[in-house]
Design a protein around this ligand. Sequence first.
Ligand SMILES: Cc1cc2nc3c(=O)[nH]c(=O)nc-3n(C[C@H](O)[C@H](O)[C@H](O)COP(=O)(O)OP(=O)(O)OC[C@H]3O[C@@H](n4cnc5c(N)ncnc54)[C@H](O)[C@@H]3O)c2cc1C
Length: 454
Amino acid sequence: MERKETIVVGAGPAGMAAAVQLCEMGFRDVLIIEKESGPGGVLRQCIHPGFGLTRFGKNLTGPEYKALDEERLYGSGAELCFNTTVMDIRQGEKEGIVLSAHTPEGIKEYMADAVILASGCRETGRGALEIPGTRPAGIFTAGTAQAMMNLKNTKVGNRIVIVGSGDIGLIMARRFTLEGSEVLCVVEKSEICGGLDRNKKECLEDFGIPLLTSSTVSCIKGKKRVSAVVVRDKDGNEQEYLCDTVILSAGLIPEDSMAERDIEGLFYCGNVLYVHDLADDVSVSGEEAAIDAAGYLIAKMKGKNFDSKYSSSNVGSARDERRAFLAERNALKLKESSSGRKYIICTMCPNGCRIDADNFTGGRCSKGEAYARNEKLDPKRILTSTVKVKGTGDVIGVRTDRPIPKTLMMEGMKLIRDIEADQSVKVNDVIAEDFLVKGVKLTASDSYRSEKIR
Ligand SMILES: Cc1cc2nc3c(=O)[nH]c(=O)nc-3n(C[C@H](O)[C@H](O)[C@H](O)COP(=O)(O)OP(=O)(O)OC[C@H]3O[C@@H](n4cnc5c(N)ncnc54)[C@H](O)[C@@H]3O)c2cc1C
């Protein structure tokens, strides 16, 4: 059994932040275990912008956000162990915490004084959603579809219905549309959109994709492949949509079934604690959990007790608090949406201020007014997509280095289809100059590493 002072499980943004924080505080015996072949977690497949606004003051894509943390992680002194899945976390018989992991060499056991669980979430599948109908091909969760498109360059379908209006579904609605698929509608059982306002606006409204609230998919049809879905509204009216693909974006489940509850010295952070809206908040929770794990180790040495909001014994109350917060936020959203007031949602930062569409008031800072005026006269967006990597079947994320007129997005996608990047491409490398607009650069949002060496 290998013994470590602290083990971090998962190298997404939460795990990376936790490991770096521990090392920066002077802890030297830190091991991070990750089941994939490299760090980054969900960030690797999130090629869209919207990351880093509060932590770095920049509108980054997921891979760009990952690159900044990855550099710190590699320089931190933490020991990294990839391709290793933790299957079991339990209290040691006499002391410490015992972890069993599946490694490329076989099953291995570790013991640690403190463990930080940063294993993220998994998506709710069709079984849990209990959608009646046949079992044809063509039904994917939104995250799976995102990984297929953004990492494996695989188109999932042509005519798509999305079930659930969570952020992943909204972001994929835009991605499918930009890639030439038709998104017929997003079906949401609640009265309001589940995702962030900025995603509703930039992913659905920009492309005229209907959001059917207070509605459910009551049946999926098709023999080999999906052929249609039936959508039922709250009054029982049904409408059939002919489609070949159904995307599920209806909730995330914490990836913590491998851990016993109430283990002393076990801390939760990031999305395994509860689903955070933003990666920035996830990173902060990783840092805070690391500070508390350090506090615990010091208290233990002195024979004292230590309690933290990130302790495994407090996970239930942290999740209850989050549920209460979301219920309050949704009630507010519902009230505002039924007020009849016309507003423009500012997307300059995650506050998402509602700016009055007529007199441009309502922003918490001056950026709101400027944004709303531009949005009315000349709306602009950052365009993100993928380009092929020469001589491989792989793709790499790209972005415009600044927003371009919204009306040019589809033209930009046509140009992107013919562009290829070299295998030596690194994050921020310029892929094309004067892209659509003079002075606008198309840059790589990730560094290419072949899957074999990743
Ligand atoms: C589609 C989508 C769009 C998003 N858009 C935005 C956005 O615009 N802006 C923003 O700020 N945030 C966005 N987010 C949110 C952000 O990406 C997540 O909140 C964040 O990645 C969660 O970080 P995490 O470290 O908790 O989990 P993850 O990123 O899921 O990382 C968990 C890691 O743990 C590993 N792991 C899991 N189980 C084990 C195990 N048993 N053993 C070893 N390793 C394990 C996983 O492989 C993974 O690498 C988006 C998320 C998604 C899915």
